[in-house]
Structure formats: structure tokens, C-alpha cells
Design a protein around this ligand. Structure first.
Ligand SMILES: [Zn+2]
Length: 774
């Protein structure tokens, strides 16, 4: 038998009387000290100290501020030469308590400048065998020169000095911009638009050879103000391609001039609909405003095909105004089909909109706008009422990218018109995801340059919930080409889907709390793992009610503001009274994984007679005659079937019959009624749980009993607080346990389930030993 386990049990019975002896024994050995590495310790070292801007509760502080940038812009598209021209006037308002000596403006397009260092930031090498396509792509393509041509930076015509450092431009001020003051200045610029299907990027055009047309999805297209705040000062971390954007809120007034036959939509409210819409389009638009069940087509496929053949030389100017947005994007093409549908969000009507070339049909006319509408509903339920008047989904090949009120999405039938399940669900998922980004980070405006997971992770988590809701609303989408899906096949969010990543090679895994440029696997790191972590937090750790309240609280506290990770972590605790430092530490600050197993199970029996092992143990503490020693004469002894003192009869009958002293003790100290009300355990087990994984998690265990019943018990995560590698649980059961399963519903992303079951499957000897009660 295992004497150590036996000892610890006995000691716990005699812990008070024996404590003096035990301490003496320990004092003999000299020990090293250590600092606190407990997984439950508070995150004081990792978190910034709360202050007047951000409170310890995770809410904006009483002196919270944010600066704003308002833009008036005149944009012209030269379709023939694929060049974009712009003149903009920025009004920057300093709401910070600091005097600003200069302003930083972001020039994101410079990532595509001929000499951009981003092109050389990865190591490159030759492989002995290379597909021709890869060889051409990597080594033979002409350098595209798509950087900004900054023609003028001025104030009312007077030049302002500036310095460009790659994707950042410092605008030097003659006088510091004092707290409460605004500064307006203008920039004239142009750049060569990239073909995003060839040169990559989140913005650009796709060229359609068949009809010699382009579809433009244009963003990061104008010099944009950087964020200045209490957290980073100026956020002027360069744009290297992976870390997205940090942008202040502001109001936009934008005129966009494009060929007359283009269909265009953008961030903001269209100001001159009467001038850019035909009479027919206006009539259809009026109809769409009250069509809540199905999209109304504003520009039909036939009309779009007719437009494709035009080649207008005249232009048309579309005017938009947007308030409280952090960015501006637009899409324009003569290929676009356009449809819209109204959706009730809270007490408000919002327009769900789609723009797509005929190449997207019939997928797009069927599902895009419906997905937009459903997403707005679900996200609004979990966060806040969507505050803008519309949300647009634009079809662009291989794109999945978000801007306020507008986003680009992939998903197109193949040349034969075939729509695979992968393409269909991929298209729906990317629309749900990108429309969802309106909430995170367009409104809950986190710093994407620094923390990719704050928008991607929160948004992918919400995407998972929205996908499931979408399939409930439209169950027909579950009909695949060759199968019927039980529920929406979400790619991310289910705990089982993250296991392969979390158990992967640690050399290529980063903690979630890592800047996106240094992350190894951005998709898993910034999307999959945080989304799953939040899902597990909701379903398994906090419960839906506490989680949903706290998550909504975070969204509402930081709506139209700039939250940091700590603001999120703190709010989730603050609003729920669920201690979560251990969870944030494990899941967000480390690459530890979940692996909890059952190491051992002992079946115990009870007797009043001093056992051989019991006597030996007690002798060490000077008790030589336990049956008569006053400290132990009432003692009860627990033993396993392989104890020297074990007798076969102990397996039979009520344990109390085997331990007359326990019965006597009961009779002497309790009334018969009290005894009747007590539990009368018939089976005594001691389970040893081990934890090969670094993450602490609640232990969820399913007991199967001999009478074919089962139940799930959850031990709180705190069970690991004093021993991170192993915990024991003493079980007194009325029923005989025949099987135990840890994490039976696979809800914790446990990476190795082979140790989750007892008796171990496929291990006959252990099973037999267990059955024998050993
Ligand atoms: Zn995203």
C-alpha cells in the first residue's frame, strides 16, 4: 500500500494533537526561500497602477480624456490610372492635460513604398525545390511603388514643417498645442492604388479581365491622426502589416469623385442621394427602409451587367458625413449590385447593406444582407444598441477587413457556379466577423496596433455566438451539399478546436498578451485562443449570467472610448465578483495549456482495530498502545485492500458495522434522530488528480455508479491554490463508483484526454485492480 497517502490521511485525523511533533521533524532540514509564484496571486506586477484616467474597477476614471480628429476631405479616383488623389483638412483637438509639441500622422500606404522596410523584415532563403509560382512571387515580381506622395502640408496655404519616418509623419508645431486647444492643418496627397489580389493589402482593387473593370475597396487611404493618450503617449509604433490600427474618434465630411457609372458606398450618411441615385433607385431605397424580411435590390444584376459595359468619361461626386467614427472607408465600381434591408435594433431602424459584383451571386444576393442584419441584432443584444444608421458588407476577393459601417468580405462560387460548404460558411462567417468589428474595435475603440486580440479575440468570441444565432434564424443554411449540419459549423470558439494549437510546439506559440508583430500564429493567437478562452470563461468558469452582465458592462463602459486589456480584465471581475486573476494570468499571459487527469484512485475501508500500518505510524509519534492511549482510543482506521490488516469481510456490509468505535461515538454524542439524518457512506474513495498542464482550471468530474446512474461534480479552481501539481479528494459515496471521467463534455480544452478516465481505458490490469478495490 501507499504509506505516504495513508500517513497523510491519518495525520489529518490527528492533526491537532500531532502538530507539535510534525514541526519538530521539519525543522531539521535547512531550506531555501522563494518568491510567490502562486498561480492565484494578483496581477499587480503585470497591470498598470490605476489612476485618474482608468480606475481599479476597469471603468474610465474621472479625468479620462480622449483627443479627437475631424476630417474634411475631397477625394478623386482616377480609375484609368488607378490613382487616388486627396486633399484633407484635419482639425485635431487636444483634450489631454499635456501640451503637445508636435502631432503624429499615420501614412499607412507607405508600407507599399518601393523602399519600404516592411518588404525586408522577414528572413528569406532559397529552397532546393520551389513551385514556379512561389519562385516568381518571391523573386521575380517588379517592386510596386504604392507609397504616399505627400505634396503639401500646410495651414491656409502656409507650409508646415514635417518629417516622415516610414509610415509615420511628425508635424512640427510652431507653438505647443495646449490642453483644450484645436489645431487645423491640411495635407495634399496621392498614391498608386495596389491590386490587392496581386500586391496584397487590406485595401486596393480587384481587376476583372473578362469585362475590363475594377472593383475598389479603399481604406487607410488618407493620412490619419495617430492616437495620443495616457497609456502610450503618441501611439506611433510603425505599421509593419500585422498590427492593425489605433485611431481617434472624429467627425468626417467627405466628397468622393468617381466615374459617373460607378456605384459607391462608404462610411457615413449619404448627403446627396437625390443627385447620385436614379429615380428608380430612390423608389427602391424607400421600399428597402421598411423591408424587414428580405433585401430590396437597389441596383439589380442586370443593371450591374449593363453598367459593366459603360465606360463613362464624366464623373459624379458622392458626399458623406459621419459622426463619432474612428475611420473612413469606401467601395466603388461599375460592377456593383446593391441591396438593402431594414433591421430593428432596439428602438431604431438600421439599414443592412450589401455591394457585390455578379461573380458573388447567387451566394451574395441570398445571404450577405441577411447575415449583416442578424449580426447587428445579436451583437447589440450582448453589448449595446448599434449606434450607426447602416452596416455594409462589400464582396472583395480574399478580403476580410473592417471599417466603421463598412467591411470587405470574401466568398465566391467557383467558375462553374459551385458553392462548397466551405465557401458558403466561410462567406457567412467572414461577414458576421467583419460586421461584428463595428462593435470591436470601431466603437469599443481598442489599440489594435498594440493588442491584436482585444478586437479580434473579443470579436471572434461574439462571432461564434452570432453564427449559432444565425443558424437558429435560418436553419436552411445547415443543409450542406452532402450532409445536414447539427449546428453552425463555427471554425473557432469551441474548446476542442483550440487543442491542437495549445498542445503544439512551444517554440512557436506566444502568450495572447503579445504585440501582433511578434506573434507566431496570429490566427490562433489573436482570434482562436482568446475567443475560446472567453467561451470557456462564459460557459464553464463564470456562467452565462455573470459573464454576459460583465461583458456588456465592459462594452458599455468603453463604448466610444479607448479601453486597454486591464480595463477589460478588471471590469469582468468588478461586475461579477468572480476572482479571475488566475484565469487572465494563465490564459492571456502564458502559453500554458489545460491537462488535468486522474492519477490514482484508492478504495478505502474502515475499522476500529489498530492496523499494522497505523500502529507503525503512531509509534513514530510515541504512541505505543493506541487501543488504550487516550489520544487514540476512539480512533478510526482507514485501510485499502492491500493493507496487511485487511480482512475480506470488510468489503461486506455497512462500514459502520466494521467500525464499532465509530458507532459507539455516534451513540454517545448524537440522538437517534440526528444519526438518522446523517449521511451513511458505504463506499470510501480517495481520488488523486494530477495536472500535467500549467493552467489551473476547475475539476469537472462525472461519476458513473454501479446502478447505471451518473452525476457531474465540479470542484472549484481554488482546489489548486496550495498545490499546483496534484490534489486529492476524499469521496464518501452511498453508491459504488464504477467509472470517473474528468471534463466529460470536453469544455476546458484539455489537451490530453487519455488520462481523463478512470479506470484507464485499454489498461486491463488497472481496471481489474480497481474492480478488486485495490
Ligand atoms: Zn477581425
Amino acid at each position: 500500500m501507499n504509506l505516504i497517502k495513508y500517513t497523510s490521511l491519518l495525520l489529518s485525523v490527528f492533526v491537532l494533537s500531532m502538530s507539535g511533533y510534525a514541526q519538530e521533524e521539519q525543522a531539521e532540514e535547512k531550506q531555501e526561500g522563494h518568491t510567490n509564484q502562486n498561480k492565484f496571486r494578483q496581477l499587480y506586477d503585470e497591470f498598470a497602477t490605476p489612476n485618474v484616467y482608468r480606475t481599479a474597477s476597469g471603468a474610465p476614471g474621472h479625468q479620462y480624456y480622449q483627443n479627437t480628429a475631424d476630417y474634411v476631405m475631397d477625394i478623386t479616383l482616377d480609375d484609368e490610372n488607378t490613382r487616388l488623389y486627396g486633399e484633407e483638412t484635419i482639425t485635431y483637438t487636444n483634450n489631454s492635460p499635456d501640451a503637445l509639441e508636435y502631432l503624429w500622422v499615420m501614412l499607412d500606404q507607405n508600407i507599399r513604398a518601393k523602399d519600404s522596410p516592411a518588404k525586408e523584415r522577414n528572413s528569406s532563403e532559397f529552397a532546393p525545390v520551389t513551385p514556379a509560382g512561389n519562385f516568381v512571387n518571391s523573386h521575380m515580381k517588379a517592386d510596386f511603388d504604392g507609397g504616399f506622395n505627400i505634396k503639401k502640408v500646410h495651414r491656409n496655404g502656409e507650409a508646415i514643417p514635417y518629417t516622415i519616418n516610414y509610415t509615420m509623419m511628425r508635424v512640427d508645431l510652431a507653438e505647443p498645442l495646449m490642453p483644450g486647444e484645436s489645431f487645423d492643418f491640411s495635407i495634399e496627397w496621392d498614391y498608386l492604388i495596389n491590386n490587392h489580389t496581386i500586391n496584397g493589402g487590406r485595401s486596393g482593387y480587384e481587376y476583372f479581365e473578362e469585362d475590363d473593370n475594377r472593383a475598389y475597396v479603399i481604406a487607410q487611404f488618407f493620412p490619419r491622426m495617430a492616437v495620443y493618450n495616457d497609456k502610450e503617449g503618441w501611439q506611433n509604433y510603425q505599421f509593419w502589416g500585422s498590427g492593425e490600427f489605433a485611431l481617434p474618434f472624429g467627425n468626417y465630411d467627405v466628397k468622393i469623385t468617381v466615374p459617373e457609372d460607378h456605384i459607391l458606398d462608404a462610411t457615413g450618411k449619404l448627403q446627396n442621394r437625390d443627385q447620385v441615385f436614379s429615380k428608380v433607385m430612390l423608389d427602391r431605397f424607400e421600399k428597402a427602409k421598411t423591408s424587414y424580411d428580405e433585401p430590396v435590390v437597389i441596383v439589380t444584376e442586370e443593371e450591374a451587367i449593363a453598367n459593366e459595359k459603360m465606360n463613362a468619361t464624366k464623373t459624379k461626386t458622392w458626399e458623406f458625413k459621419a459622426n463619432m467614427v474612428r475611420d473612413f472607408g469606401f467601395a466603388t465600381s461599375r460592377k456593383f449590385i446593391w441591396d438593402m434591408m431594414a433591421v430593428k435594433v432596439g428602438d431604431k431602424d438600421v439599414m443592412a447593406v450589401s455591394l457585390y459584383p455578379k461573380e458573388g451571386n447567387p451566394l451574395w444576393e441570398d445571404w450577405s444582407t441577411r447575415a449583416v442584419a442578424s449580426t447587428l441584432e445579436t451583437y447589440s443584444n450582448f453589448t449595446f444598441q448599434y449606434p450607426y444608421h447602416k452596416a455594409i458588407s462589400v464582396h472583395a476577393r480574399s478580403q476580410g477587413m473592417e471599417y466603421p459601417m463598412i467591411c470587405w468580405n470574401y466568398g465566391r462560387p467557383d467558375e462553374n457556379g459551385f458553392i462548397s460548404d466551405r465557401v458558403k460558411f466561410g462567406m457567412m462567417s467572414v461577414i458576421i466577423h467583419e460586421v461584428g468589428h463595428n462593435f470591436f474595435p470601431m466603437i469599443v475603440n481598442s489599440d489594435e496596433r498594440q493588442w491584436g486580440w482585444m478586437d479580434e479575440g473579443l470579436n471572434t468570441f461574439m462571432q461564434y455566438l452570432s453564427e449559432q444565432e444565425f443558424a437558429k434564424k435560418y436553419p436552411e443554411i445547415l443543409q450542406g451539399n452532402n450532409q445536414v449540419y447539427e449546428k453552425y459549423p463555427s471554425r473557432r470558439g469551441e474548446p476542442s478546436k483550440i487543442v491542437n494549437y495549445m498542445k503544439g510546439n512551444q517554440d512557436f506559440i506566444s502568450p495572447i498578451m503579445t504585440n501582433p508583430e511578434q506573434v507566431y500564429q496570429l490566427g490562433n493567437n489573436a482570434y482562436g485562443k482568446p475567443a475560446t478562452a472567453l467561451n470557456i470563461l462564459r460557459e464553464t468558469v463564470m456562467g452565462e449570467e455573470l459573464f454576459d452582465y460583465s461583458f456588456k458592462k465592459f462594452a458599455q463602459r468603453w463604448m466610444f472610448k479607448h479601453p486597454t486589456p486591464e480595463d477589460f480584465f478588471r471590469t469582468m471581475e468588478d461586475a461579477s465578483a468572480v476572482e479571475l486573476d488566475w484565469y487572465w494570468r494563465g490564459w492571456f499571459y502564458t502559453t500554458d495549456y489545460v491537462d488535468i487527469g486522474i492519477e490514482d484512485v484508492k478504495n478505502y475501508f474502515i475499522t476500529s482495530n489498530p492496523t499494522v500500518e497505523g500502529k507503525a505510524l503512531l509509534a513514530r509519534y510515541g504512541i505505543d498502545d493506541p487501543a488504550n492511549d487516550p489520544r487514540t482510543k476512539d480512533a478510526v482506521y482507514l485501510l485499502t485492500a492491500d493493507s496487511e490488516s485487511f480482512e475480506a469481510s470488510m468489503k461486506e456490509g455497512d462500514p459502520l458495522e466494521n467500525a464499532p468505535k465509530l458507532r459507539e461515538y455516534l451513540m454517545d454524542n448524537f440522538t437517534q434522530q440526528e444519526i438518522d439524518e446523517m449521511k451513511h457512506p458505504k463506499h470510501i474513495y480517495e481520488i488523486t488528480f494530477n495536472k500535467p498542464g500549467g493552467l489551473v482550471m476547475p475539476i469537472i468530474i462525472e461519476f458513473h455508479y454501479a446502478d447505471d446512474t451518473s452525476e457531474i461534480i465540479e470542484y472549484p479552481v481554488q482546489v489548486w491554490r496550495k498545490n499546483d501539481s496534484e490534489v486529492k479528494k476524499a469521496i464518501f459515496s452511498e453508491k459504488e463508483i464504477v467509472k470517473m471521467i474528468v471534463d466529460p463534455k470536453e469544455e476546458t480544452a484539455d489537451i490530453d484526454t487519455s488520462n481523463n478516465v478512470w479506470p484507464r481505458e485499454n489498461k486491463a490490469s488497472e481496471f481489474d485492480a480497481f474492480k478488486e478495490g485495490k
